[in-house]
Design a protein around this ligand. Structure first.
Ligand code: KG4
Ligand code: ZN
Length: 352
């Protein structure tokens, strides 16, 4: 099955064509980062307007790249898939409405996709060798600027949220730290780069809180406090530290970044460890922009190695928001056409 997928949940306008789950025929991403940089974060109104301006050109580019020189490329597309949530309402609406228009005009099925499920599928893109591999039950971590979610996946296409952040996402925590240190936006890649200049023995030079969630914190049914995390205290701890010890040199800034990043990575890996103790898994799948982080990748490889599990990480180009993951999960048959899709609205808080 060949699917054209559309993603517009945040600040990337993306369209891709994927065949049978993992064969990426094209993946075009227009990143709006420069538009949001002056504000130090994503501005929904700016994002939505930029999606409107770019989506048609991005879609045409994805189609032409997938089927160069084909006189009738649309005939090769079996279905249209698009992110219906979670994300920013005004941003989601652009991609979802564009997808409705395409499906209606072309007479093709419309497949609503959950952005978080798609991040967990991103680990399969470009890896046909994993077809038929025994990877389930799978423990998933979707970690980005908007989410830090621990997900139990007993079988392909089935997802149960075990716990997540109760305030800031991991990427958001890194972005806020970078902003506070005057390192620009987005902060994750800069923090990662500076932290790499710090020798391993200095990575814990400053102790930041681990972000534990107390056992009596009210949580939705099915979430365990051990599998939830709170990153907002980390940001406050950084602010307090910087006020007391203003960094004087580049090394000071790098040491702060390394210690802070370590706290984020430790928090994520401890919870994965806890989930692995509680359930039997064959693999760990980690997707989302923060999965690009070099320390997180190291720590995950170490964890998977110790537990004898397969670690699945997305290729770098599929870690951040992209549409190949949307078309991918749909063309794998793990997201389904909804008969009433044309009358469905976006859902900014679509649950996992
Ligand atoms: O998945 P993504 O592109 O968009 C969201 O859905 O949020 O993730 C963006 C997030 C940002 O917070 C960014 O700082 C973070 O991913 N990020 C990183 C790295 N590269 C991007 N965080 C840590 N280390 C990196 N190398
Ligand atoms: Zn995302």
């Amino acid at each position: 099955m060949t699917v054209l997928g559309i993603e517009s949940s945040c600040d990337e306008t993306a369209v891709a064509v994927v065949r049978d789950g993992d064969e990426v025929l094209s993946s075009v991403v227009y990143s709006q980062v420069p538009l949001h940089q002056p504000y130090g974060g994503v501005v929904p109104e700016v994002a939505s307007r930029a999606h409107v301006q770019k989506i048609r050109a991005v879609a045409e580019e994805a189609l032409v790249q997938a089927f160069p020189n084909d006189p009738d490329p649309w005939a090769k597309v079996d279905a249209i898939a698009a992110t219906r949530g979670p994300g920013l309402a005004a941003a989601l609406l652009v991609g979802w409405t564009f997808a409705k228009g395409l499906a209606l005009a072309l007479g093709k099925p419309l497949i609503p996709v959950n952005h978080m499920h798609a991040h967990l599928w991103s680990v399969r893109l470009g890896k046909p060798e994993l077809r038929g591999a025994d990877l389930w039950p799978q423990l998933g971590l979707a970690v980005s600027g908007g989410h830090s979610a621990f997900v139990d996946s007993p079988a392909p296409g089935t997802f149960r949220l075990l716990g997540q952040t109760i305030d800031d996402a991991a990427g958001e925590a890194l972005d806020k730290a970078a902003k506070l240190l005057g390192l620009g936006y987005p902060g994750g890649p800069v923090v990662d780069r500076l932290a790499r200049t710090v020798p391993p023995e200095a990575r814990h030079a400053i102790r930041f809180p681990e972000g534990r969630v107390s056992a009596d914190h009210p949580l939705p049914p099915g979430w365990s406090p051990e599998l939830c995390v709170s990153f907002s205290g980390l940001k406050t701890a950084l602010l307090t530290y910087v006020r007391k010890h203003p960094p004087q040199t580049e090394t000071d800034v790098a040491t702060i970044c390394a210690s802070y990043q370590e706290a984020v990575v430790d928090a994520l890996v401890r919870r994965l460890s806890h989930a692995l103790n509680a359930g039997a898994y064959r693999s760990i799948a980690v997707g989302g922009g923060v999965s690009l982080n070099s320390r997180l990748r190291e720590a995950l490889a170490d964890l998977a190695d110790k537990r004898g599990l397969t670690l699945l990480l997305a290729q770098p180009k599929y870690c951040g928001d992209n549409a190949a993951m949307i078309a991918g999960i749909a063309s794998a048959g793990l997201a389904h056409p909804a008969p009433d899709a044309l009358s469905q609205d976006v859902d900014p808080s679509l649950p996992i």
